[in-house]
Design a protein around this ligand. Structure first.
Ligand code: NAD
Length: 319
């Protein structure tokens, strides 16, 4: 029988950003005649990182950016190499393919990337602004803060799917929406739950250990989200959170994991950002809109962040 909903591919969503990005690149021709330069640092032998790097390179070139992949054979030299790129005026954006050391040293390296060139939005200042729902870097509100790419990509996907209601004031456009996010990593799941809650949603943030609720309180009385512990993870508890969830977002890094289709409310929106397919085919019998992957939108956000950095730097020179 015909499926009630639709599958929406990340490639269709990312297309809506192509014109905007190309036009901005064109407008920067006077200062960057050959296009802004993004440098990627690869210091591991991860074939997935290599693939992502190639794909970033191709996307960059197709939109008028330059991309340089710099391979660092000796991990211990990576820090110096990043510092050199920080100083190099011809470099507009820097990204590092993690994991490098696979421990806390990676978080240190993340902070070595100059804030002004951090296209992935991983700098502490950007994170803190995001968690505190602060959208600008300066009091004059001229310089927009940068958001981490993958959480931002999920937000943009939800805008495309019209989960964000643009009749509501900016900053409250998810008021009344209930979301479940299965993943609470520092890179994606926790920032994503915070972003959605800051925009007015009630968010159940689920990981292997427990479930937390992120909200701005009754009547959105708080300016930024608050977090409440709901107790240990169990399938029963997950099922309860999903019973009235309008959106279910998954990011479990495992091929074996499948989100229980029977937990999905009929007509819910389902989005998977894991590189593994966290929903099986049966999701299509329940979801109104299903987005099986998000990578292409993430790359668009990376390039958009990079243009914002170039703009911020231009504005700073004029101030
Ligand atoms: P991670 O290992 O740091 O975090 C995994 C999270 O999932 C943890 O919070 C963990 O508790 C939770 N989890 C694992 N199994 C679970 C289960 N059975 N039930 C509930 N929660 C469970 O991984 P990460 O860096 O967040 O990446 C996750 C996935 O997202 C990976 O597949 C990665 O490739 C992908 N990813 C995609 C993008 C993108 O742009 N599409 C960007 C970054 C990461």
């Amino acid at each position: 029988s015909a499926k009630p909903g639709r599958t929406i591919l990340a490639s269709s969503i990312s297309k809506t950003y192509v014109d905007e990005i190309k036009a901005k690149v064109e407008s920067l021709k006077s200062i960057r005649p050959n296009g802004p330069l993004l440098v990627g640092f690869l210091a591991n032998n991860d074939p997935a990182a290599e693939m992502y790097a190639n794909w970033t390179g191709k996307t960059c070139e197709s939109m008028g950016f330059r991309y340089e992949l710099r391979r660092v054979e000796e991990k211990d030299f990576l820090e110096e190499t990043i510092i050199e790129a920080n100083r190099d005026k011809s470099v507009d954006g820097i990204m590092v393919y993690f994991p490098v050391f696979g421990n806390a040293q990676d978080q240190y390296l993340q902070q070595v990337v100059a804030r002004e060139k951090d296209v992935e939005g991983l700098n502490h200042v950007y994170y803190q602004n995001m968690y505190h729902n602060i959208r600008f870097l300066d009091d004059e509100q001229q310089l927009k803060s940068i958001l981490p790419c993958t959480p931002l990509a999920v937000v943009k996907i939800m805008e495309y799917l019209k989960t964000y209601n643009n009749l509501l004031p900016v900053g409250n456009r998810l008021y009344g929406k209930r979301c479940v996010v299965v993943n609470r990593s520092e890179i994606v799941g926790r920032p994503l739950a915070a972003l959605l809650a800051n925009d007015g949603a009630v968010v159940y943030s689920v990981d292997v250990n427990n479930i937390q609720k992120f909200t701005r309180g009754e009547g959105l009385k708080f300016q930024k989200h608050q977090v409440e512990d709901l107790g240990a993870f169990s399938n029963e508890a997950l099922k309860e959170c999903c019973a009235d969830a309008d959106v279910i977002i998954t990011g479990v890094p495992s091929e074996q994991y499948k989100f229980p289709t029977e937990f999905i409310k009929e007509g819910a929106v389902c989005i998977n950002f894991s590189s593994s397919k966290n929903f099986d085919e049966s999701v299509k019998s329940k979801a109104s809109l299903y987005v099986p992957s998000t990578g292409k939108v993430t790359i668009s956000m990376l390039l958009r962040n990079m243009l914002r950095l170039v703009e911020n730097r231009q504005k700073l020179q004029q101030l």
